[in-house]
Ligand binder design. Structure first.
Ligand code: TRP
Length: 68
């Protein structure tokens, strides 16, 4: 099973953008988080990459990133 990653927004308006898997890499989903909102997500057959814009703490199995 794919692992989950956690994104905690440290400010209003943090964008979590899902990018498609496969030859064609494009945005397919954009989620807006407000301060202290948490999103828990996985990589899936549809999503191979995620772009995060704004101040957030991101936890993955590879470690934690503080994007602030
Ligand atoms: N429908 C998307 C998918 O199954 C939902 C999704 C999963 C998603 N992980 C994501 C959207 C990460 C944005 C970021 O792939």
């Amino acid at each position: 099973m794919e692992e989950f990653f956690v994104i905690k927004a440290l400010e209003d308006g943090v964008n979590v953008i899902g990018l498609t898997r496969g030859a064609d890499t494009r945005f397919h989903h954009s989620e807006k988080l407000d301060e202290n909102e948490v999103m828990i997500a996985q990589f899936t057959e549809h999503t191979s990459a995620v772009k995060i814009r704004g101040k957030a703490v991101i936890q993955t199995s590879h470690g934690e990133v503080n994007n602030s």
